[in-house]
Design a protein around this ligand. Sequence first.
Ligand SMILES: Cc1cc2nc3c(=O)[nH]c(=O)nc-3n(C[C@H](O)[C@H](O)[C@H](O)COP(=O)(O)OP(=O)(O)OC[C@H]3O[C@@H](n4cnc5c(N)ncnc54)[C@H](O)[C@@H]3O)c2cc1C
Length: 327
Amino acid sequence: MSEIERFEISGMGLAGCCVGWHLHWRGVGFRALEDFQKGAASGVAAGLMNPVTGKNFEPSWRIGDFHLEAVDFFERVGELTGRRLWFPMPVVRLVGDKDWRKVSKKLELPEVEPWVEKLEEEIDGWRAAVTLRGGGRVDVKGFCEVSRRSLVEEVGKSTPKPSLGLSELVRCEGAFGLMKGAMGEHRCAKGEILTLRAPGADPGRILIGGGGWLVPIGDGLFRAGSTYEWEQLNGEPTRAGRIRVEEILSRLGITEFEVVAHEAGIRPIVRRSMPLIGRLADGSVGLNGLGSKGSLYAPGVARRLVEWLLDGKEIEEDLSLEHWMGA
Ligand SMILES: Cc1cc2nc3c(=O)[nH]c(=O)nc-3n(C[C@H](O)[C@H](O)[C@H](O)COP(=O)(O)OP(=O)(O)OC[C@H]3O[C@@H](n4cnc5c(N)ncnc54)[C@H](O)[C@@H]3O)c2cc1C
């Protein structure tokens, strides 16, 4: 079998496309299979990269290992394909009275302080606004489109059988793979997101607060989200989901807007946003579990998968599916 057919990637979302680029840069060809499932996360993701996240205001897991590599990766693919994919922007975390005690204590911690650009107190009805550096937006949908176009001549639609030893099957099937049990128990979550025109909103910064976010995407448009729903795992937007996102907008002070799109997708989650790589029970290999932070983790985790496949480099314990399943 020729080098060109050594690998098959099933699923050309964010994960599969990152694996594809790393194989390509190593001079190794592959065949791509993609079913274009409704609700694929990469088709709807806002692409937000936020260094310090959540109610607990914690730096993202292993951010020091993955952040720079992700930025470099999307800039490099952007240059190669002629489509800008990485949009650095300040991330403004709005903090209410309830969370302020917790957040204020963290601001000077050595792992948080380097990400903090500015602190403003008593601003726009919030107890504080913390401006973070290092964040921005990845055009995830655009990345998948240009990658599919650049890397593969034709994307097959069929679902491949497990590898027969002739070529290695790499499953990057997101929530659809996880829901079939590819990595044991999953915690996939549906999320709904609105695309809006909001004339009064600042197009130069990402806003986080009130249980959600507002991300500028250019041309006066913004994406706002998002909901978390664990029961109805499908790609159908709902009225209840739209109302929840509109409530977030109201808490963020965005009252004047026109909704131009309402979409839903399923986040592939195994253990929060900590992805896994390794051999699956059917003999294929997989990269999955990117959760809500695919933009940050996909490039570096895909490189590790490729180095394991091509060089036999050991997978770090905390990314290893084998270790997770045995734990
Ligand atoms: C509403 C929402 C907002 C989000 N916002 C952000 C954000 O701001 N920042 C961030 O970093 N992340 C965000 N995410 C998460 C991010 O989208 C995911 O981490 C990432 O897109 C997952 O990529 P993936 O390739 O693993 O999965 P997917 O995008 O689901 O891709 C899997 C692909 O495999 C295909 N497939 C499945 N089964 C088969 C098969 N048997 N054969 C062939 N093809 C198959 C599917 O059609 C799909 O294209 C968000 C997610 C959602 C739902």
